[in-house]
Design a protein around this ligand. Structure first.
Ligand code: CP3
Length: 341
């Protein structure tokens, strides 16, 4: 068993540094396209044998040190009673959006074993199939990010509806966040019981908040999740995309590992966070288009700064893009392993 990822999560510096990439399974891989071709995205997420198959593809193809469950952060929202569809070219659509007390009343908590059995079954299959290879990461969205999809009804650039509710009706906003937090805790506990060996909480949109609003409206819920699974024995990773201005607050959530996005200067981050926390990240996904010698330099400097943290997990600063050739992604993995060996 290649344990470098779990060692690094628990604060042990490893050589080489473990590598995995957000969205390491996905459309950039022809092997994924082949499985996806015959199925829509949600069917793929809900068919354990297929979800397990595409989870394992990047382990074989890239040689990464951890697998991440193939699913989507929006899956539990559907189980809570929200409408969910993925439309080609438009991304996720959650209709009708949740904007009033009446809308909120239609949402409910979940029993993961009966409401999202396919996620747990995928994890069980993966643990059998990955045995002796690499650890399996489970995940969820963070409450602010999930609330943004629920309230906006999909992806947004302005975040007008969620921010309006947060400022104008903090009581309703807080009820929604509280319910999502309860669901997320049950969901992550169920993933861990099914065999997830680490969990990452994705806060893709919390970075749009000013510090004061993050501290008041997002952090307490993220912290409640981290606290609730603190005794589960699995490491907790918290990734706030575009969260460079929030790092000291992000640390207060209490995760074992902090994921850094690609805008954040890893040297500044490590200096600010101190050497009592593990960092993960943070190559710009588009840097994989660099000529090889420049790519080596970029990866080398990230590894050098990462080595000043308690431990470092090499990753991208956001997900692999569909446009990046698979051989470039593999090259980045190989370079990171080679330079940290
Ligand atoms: O990282 C992995 O490889 C694990 C699987 C995974 C997916 N989505 C697969 C996916 C994970 C961990 C996610 C998380 C996720 N989903 C996030 C947080 C991380 C981030 O990217 O910031 C968010 C915001 C979502 C919501 C989501 N899912 C959007 C906005 C989209 C549409 C955009 C797009 O790329 O099409 C998705 C769809 C999605 N999730 C795809 C994949 C592989 C593409 C689906 C397809 O095959 O068409």
């Amino acid at each position: 068993m290649n344990n470098n990822f779990l060692k690094a999560c628990s604060g042990e510096a490893t050589s080489p540094v473990p590598v995995w990439f957000m969205r390491q399974a996905g459309r950039y891989l022809p092997e994924y396209q082949k499985v996806r071709g015959a199925n829509d995205f949600l069917t793929l997420c809900k068919t354990p044998e297929l979800a397990a198959e595409v989870t394992i593809q990047p382990i074989d193809i890239l040689g990464v040190d951890a697998a991440i469950l193939f699913s989507d952060i929006l899956i539990p929202l559907e189980a809570m009673g929200a409408g969910l569809a993925f439309e080609e070219g438009r991304g996720p659509v959650l209709e009708p959006p949740v904007r009033s007390r009446d809308d909120f009343k239609k949402l409910h908590s979940i029993d993961p074993e009966s409401d999202v059995p396919f996620v747990l079954e995928t994890i069980r299959i993966l643990r059998r199939e990955l045995e002796g290879r690499v650890p399996l990461i489970g995940f969820s969205g963070a409450p602010f990010t999930l609330a943004s999809y629920l309230i906006e009804g999909g992806t947004t650039k302005s975040f007008l509806n969620i921010k309006k509710m947060m400022y104008a009706d903090p009581e309703l906003f807080s009820s929604i966040m509280g319910l999502i937090t309860d669901v997320t805790i049950d969901y992550l506990k169920a993933q861990i019981a099914a065999g997830a060996q680490a969990v990452q909480v994705f806060d893709t949109w919390a970075g749009i908040l000013p510090r004061a609003e993050y501290a008041e409206h997002a952090l307490p819920h993220a912290k409640r999740i981290m606290d609730a699974i603190a005794d589960s024995g699995v490491p907790r990773i918290y990734f706030v995309y575009d969260g460079g201005h929030l790092l000291d607050l992000v640390k207060q959530a209490g995760s074992d590992v902090i994921g850094l996005d690609w805008r954040t200067d890893i040297e500044v981050a490590v200096n600010q966070l101190g050497n009592d926390i593990v960092v993960q990240g943070n190559l710009d996904p588009c840097a994989m288009f660099l000529p090889e010698d420049r790519l080596r330099e970029r990866i080398g400097s990230i590894l050098q700064m990462g080595s000043k943290a308690k431990a470092h997990i090499f990753n991208l600063g956001h997900g692999v893009l569909p446009e990046i050739p698979p051989e470039r992604v593999k090259l980045a993995v190989d370079i990171a392993h080679e330079l940290s060996a």
